[in-house]
Design a protein around this ligand. Structure first.
Ligand code: GAP
Length: 447
């Protein structure tokens, strides 16, 4: 199979697996779908929450000088005037096909011809990506507001509130996870580019003289985060943006890129935003957002080093990275022999279900013991009680959603009060006493 076909094939398999196993559904499907919008199902919601939680822990819990924030999606339109999103460069060049009228991002077109029908394209024109809405009952200019295009503007306008209330001293950071919206001309590649997405952003406020040092620091830290959660080294890289790629606010930027089936693409940006944001918000709001050095009393506008990741892109990245097909069947049940099996080798921290509790059979005698085991485990770990289908099918189902441990309750359990624990990756099975199970799993899940 040609490389391109293999890659398309992999994306198709991911889309199909995520639908089949309750990770991601096309939005509004019963109405024929709604362009590039997706819903996270029960398993996907857990996975995405785990991605967000891992980021939140890393950026707030494990740091002494970063605090969290949860700001509103709707803000004064003045915020977006000050930030430059309405006036400067927050726009893509849009080109329209003269024949079929389809619209494309000019920088995504390689040959100046319509990718759909091959006809000539119109001259490119600027298209602002801010998503408009109206506040209140009148739909006029005065009522126009915007859904935020990046979460960090909520951080900049709260710089003083956070600094004062939390007695923060530079260097310090503010972290936030939340929805952002962009009227993308060409969304696509499943959840890679959508018009509604979650960002995980951290703005680190520093003295201008220290900006380069912190930029390098956060670049390394962020790369380590992905590697620490199992992203394969050969599939992730850092690429410095060229001058003509920089966003209107950035002095310097690098992208963390992942090798997707559709090519190397950005998953996170690390930007030196200089004093762009705080200066502009000072100017537009009339509020002094400068910072007085504790020792010298000298005032300066802090520079911002930002780390900006997408929760949906990260989730997709972890899914693709974890996907593995094993030919010939790896479980020993006859029905799976020679069939391809899928294992999602997710980092255990990210796995949507940590432990599956499986009675060997649906027979009444096992139900009570299995229930008891489930009740013991579910208060400690994200668990699933699963009794439908043969044991082999259930193992495969849990391999496909990345469950690290399957606990089987069998007839011997009634005699010896022990269960069989199967490891997703090694497929090794161990017999563990029920009274030692919580401790055993705690240990295993923290490794
Ligand atoms: N505050 C800086 C900022 O927003 P960005 O490079 O435009 O920078 C940062 O976006 C991250 O947000 C991207 O690396 C990506 O992970 C995510 N992101 C941006 N646009 C997206 C979209 N249309 N769909 C999904 N994720 C997106």
């Amino acid at each position: 199979m040609a490389k391109n076909d293999q890659n398309n094939d992999l994306m198709e398999k991911i889309v199909s697996l995520t639908k089949r196993r309750g990770f991601i559904f096309p939005s509004s499907e019963i109405y024929g779908g709604f362009g590039s919008s997706y819903d996270y199902g029960p398993i996907g919601a857990e996975l995405k929450n785990n991605v967000k939680q891992a980021w939140w822990d890393e950026m707030t819990k494990f740091q002494d000088n970063i605090v969290g924030l949860n700001s509103a999606v709707l803000m004064s339109p003045k915020v977006w005037e000050a930030s430059g999103h309405l006036t400067e460069g927050f726009a893509d060049m849009l080109a329209e096909c003269k024949k079929c009228k389809r619209r494309f991002r000019e920088d995504h077109i390689e040959e100046g011809k319509c990718p759909e029908c091959g006809s000539e394209l119109s001259e490119g024109r600027k298209f602002n990506l801010m998503m408009k809405t109206f506040i209140g009952s009148v739909e006029d200019k005065a009522a126009t507001a915007y859904l935020r295009a990046e979460t960090c503007q909520g951080i900049f306008i709260n710089f003083e509130n956070v600094r004062e209330s939390m007695r923060m001293k530079i260097p310090f950071g503010i972290a936030q996870i939340g929805k952002a919206f962009r009227n993308e001309i060409t969304p696509g590649n499943f959840t890679y580019r959508t018009r509604e997405f979650d960002q995980m952003e951290m703005q680190f406020f520093v003295h201008p003289d220290e900006a380069d040092k912190w930029f390098d620091y956060w670049k390394d830290e962020r790369l380590k985060w992905y590697l620490g959660l199992g992203i394969k080294k050969e599939n992730i890289r850092i690429r410095e943006q060229k001058k003509d790629e920089l966003a209107h606010y950035a002095k310097k930027a690098v992208d963390i890129e992942y090798r997707f089936p559709f090519g190397w693409q950005e998953i996170e940006g690390i930007h030196n935003r200089g004093d762009w944001d705080l200066s502009n918000h000072s100017k537009h709001s009339g509020k002094d957002l400068s910072y007085a050095d504790e020792k010298t009393g000298k005032k300066f506008i802090p520079y911002v080093i930002e780390t900006s990741a997408g929760a949906d892109r990260s989730t997709l990245t972890f899914l693709i990275n974890a996907y593995e097909e094993i030919s010939g069947g790896r479980t020993t049940t006859t029905e799976s022999i020679k069939e391809k099996e899928v294992v999602l080798r997710l980092n255990k921290k990210l796995s949507p279900v940590k432990v599956a509790i499986l009675p060997l059979s649906k027979k009444e005698e096992l139900a009570k013991k299995t229930r008891e085991t489930f009740d013991l485990i579910k208060v400690k770990f994200e668990s699933q009680y699963d009794e439908t289908g043969s044991i082999g099918k259930r193992y495969r189902r849990h391999d496909e959603i990345g469950t690290p441990y399957c606990v089987t309750v069998d007839f011997e359990t009634l005699e010896d009060n022990a269960v069989t624990v199967r490891d997703r990756d090694t497929m090794k099975q161990e017999r563990i006493k029920i009274k030692e199970l919580t401790e055993y799993l705690s240990k295993k899940l923290s490794q």
